[in-house]
Every structure is written in structure tokens, then in C-alpha cells.
Write a protein that binds this ligand. Structure first.
Ligand code: TYM
Length: 329
């Protein structure tokens, strides 16, 4: 039997955060032992919000270097930039003709992002989930490891694939989302009812993987909590619950055990412990990232190799799709 396949992607819109690490990339690394994997820096998705060209290029390379630094071995996994494989854009167009505006209108992320970018609600932002469906379906992925915020997009991808298959036969693999039981939605440290996001303007909201250990500990010390002073996981305590989730992910302990560990501690000591656990865990990755970034030639070679392999696999699906639709082949 052939190995099952994983596809996942991350936008090159900034430095990855603790949220993208815990919600997605750390699981990519764990699952990569059992699956045949493609991990893509989705730079086509990134331009749905206006980007400075130099910054986009810089973040693109940095993101690829982070994926490698976080343990995704480029010899075992296909790592590449979305813009290097034109089949993504081509399948996206084809799938646009199988996605309904009613479906896209319901996408939460489109509503949130268009509210934030009122002056640039472009068509790309609207059809973003169709490009995402193309990413996944091109490679016949079985599993898509993502954070909670991507659940709706994966559902839509399944619906589009199912609709296409109903018309043309068994062309696409219907993928499953893999959303981790703990850590699927890491919240902002300053506003714990909102997702931690790499595009947040308040740097204290967010732990970036590039942050120094000192900066990380300071950010946790400043994290917004509540006035109750008991370390308990509950809906009424979003700040403390978020910190407990982070601590549990970082130490591999159960939430209940983390609560017990800090039963007699005040918030100050708890925040310090969470900050130290995060700082300690992330430090080796930061060093490895710096090492990888010191050889851009090698990084670009990895991307070129990845794109070649990805393009070969994508071409097979695209040929099947075009034939099924009825284009002259
Ligand atoms: P992006 O770049 O916003 O985030 C990359 C991955 O990180 C997860 N994530 C989080 N998980 C938990 N807590 C958080 N605070 C947090 N922030 C980010 C995201 O859920 C995601 O899994 N549309 C996607 C990229 C994409 C993609 C794809 C993903 C494009 N094509 C195909 C999977 C398959 C996005 O914007 O991710």
C-alpha cells in the first residue's frame, strides 16, 4: 500500500508565532514520520493583503528556514513556495467554477479579514479558500493538519471535491482535517478572546519564534489574566486557560496535572513558569534558524528541489482534471 499523504501550508506574512507552532507546525513534524508530506509556504495566499515586495521575499525565505529549523527534514518532506508551482493557480481557476458564492460568503476568515482591510476587499481575498482547496486537492492529500481557524476552509475543500467527483467520477481524494486536541487555537496574550496572530500590531500579544528568551519571559509576565488568582481552566478565565494550554503543550503534561502543579501558586509564579518553559523550548529552534539563514544559496536550492517534486505530482492530478472536464488533451 502506498503511504498516506499530508499537505499543509503557512502564509509568508510574518515571523511564525507560538500559535502556528503549537496549532500546526509541531504536528506536521510529529506526523511526518508516518506520512508522505508536502509543506508549502503559501505566498500566493499572502498577497490577498497588500505586501511590500522586499518584505514578502524576506518572510518567504525566513518561513521556509523556520520549517526546516522546526524539524521538517527537506530530504524526507517536500518543502517549497506555492508561487513556484503554477498548477496551484491553474487548479484554483478550475475550482472557482465549482465553488458557490453562497459558500464563500459564509467564510468567517473572509468576513474578519475584509472588516480589517476595508480599503482592499479584493477578489483574491474572497476566493482565497478555493486556492486553498486547490493546494490540497492537487496532491491528493489524505490529511491536512491545521489549527482550529482553518476547519471551515477544509470543510469547503471537501465539499468542492465531493461536488466535482459527483459530476466527473473519482478524481479527487477527499481530505480529512487533523486538528490537535490541545493547542488548536492559541490566543493573544493581551486579548485572550482573540487568536494569536502574526499580523497583530501589538507585539506583546504574540510570541514570535524569533523572540529572545528574555523577551518571551517578559511577554508572559505581561499576559492579561483576571483578578481571581486561581490557576484553573475555564471559559470564564480565557487568559489563564490559554496559559495552561501553552504550558501543557510545552511540557507534554495534561491540563489537570498543570492545574494541580500550580494549585498553591499565584499568577506571578505561574506566568514565570510558562514563560520559562516556552523560552527553553524555543531557544534551540532559534539558533538552528539563524544557521539555516546563513546559507541562502542552500535554502534556495532546497526550495527549487521541492518545487520540482511538487510540480511533478501536481501535473498528474491536473491532467486528470482537465481530461475529465473535457478540454482537448
Ligand atoms: P496561517 O498562515 O494563518 O497559519 C498557519 C497554520 O497555523 C495555524 N495557526 C494557529 N493554530 C493555533 N493557534 C493559533 N493562534 C494559530 N495561528 C495560526 C493555522 O490554523 C494554520 O494551520 N489558509 C492557511 C494557509 C493555507 C493552508 C493551505 C493550510 C493555505 N493553503 C492548505 C492547509 C492546507 C493560513 O492562512 O494559515
Amino acid at each position: 500500500m502506498t503511504q498516506k499523504r499530508i499537505f499543509s501550508g503557512i502564509q509568508s506574512t510574518g515571523i511564525p508565532t507560538l500559535g502556528s507552532f503549537l496549532g500546526a507546525i509541531s504536528n506536521w513534524e510529529k506526523l511526518s514520520a508516518e506520512y508522505d508530506c508536502l509543506f508549502c509556504v503559501v505566498d500566493l495566499h499572502a498577497i490577498t493583503v497588500r505586501q511590500n515586495p522586499e518584505t514578502l521575499r524576506k518572510y518567504g525565505r525566513e518561513m521556509l528556514a523556520w520549517l526546516i529549523a522546526l524539524g521538517l527534514n527537506p530530504e524526507k518532506n517536500i518543502l517549497y513556495y506555492q508561487s513556484h508551482v503554477p498548477a496551484h493557480a491553474e487548479l484554483s481557476w478550475l475550482l472557482n467554477c465549482f465553488a458557490y458564492m453562497g459558500e464563500l460568503n459564509r467564510m468567517t476568515q473572509f468576513k474578519v479579514k475584509s472588516a480589517k482591510n476595508e480599503e482592499n476587499i479584493n477578489v483574491g481575498l474572497y476566493s482565497y479558500p478555493v486556492l486553498q482547496a486547490a493546494d490540497i486537492l492537487l496532491y491528493r492529500a489524505d490529511l491536512v493538519p491545521v489549527g482550529e481557524d482553518q476547519r471551515q476552509h477544509i470543510e469547503l475543500c471537501r465539499d468542492i471535491a465531493g461536488r466535482f467527483n459527483k459530476i466527473y467520477g473519482d478524481i479527487f481524494t477527499i481530505p480529512e482535517a487533523y486538528i490537535p486536541p490541545v493547542g488548536a487555537k492559541i490566543m493573544s496574550l493581551q486579548n485572550p478572546t482573540e487568536k494569536m496572530s502574526k499580523s497583530d500590531e501589538n507585539v506583546n500579544s504574540c510570541v514570535y519564534l524569533s523572540d529572545s528568551p528574555d523577551a518571551i519571559i517578559k511577554k508572559f509576565k505581561r499576559a492579561v489574566t483576571d483578578s481571581d488568582n486561581t490557576v484553573k481552566f475555564s471559559q470564564e478565565k480565557p487568559g489563564i486557560s490559554n496559559l495552561l494550554t501553552i504550558y501543557a503543550c510545552m511540557t507534554g503534561k495534561k491540563i489537570a496535572d498543570c492545574e494541580a502543579e500550580f494549585a498553591d501558586a499565584g499568577y506571578g509564579a505561574f506566568k514565570q513558569a510558562v514563560g520559562e518553559a516556552v523560552a527553553q523550548n524555543l531557544a534551540p529552534y532559534r539558533d538552528e534558524h539563524a544557521r539555516i539563514m546563513s546559507d541562502i544559496g542552500e535554502l534556495d536550492a532546497i526550495a527549487a528541489k521541492g518545487a520540482k517534486k511538487a510540480a511533478e505530482s501536481a501535473a498528474e492530478t491536473l491532467a486528470k482534471v482537465k481530461k475529465a472536464i473535457g478540454f482537448v488533451v
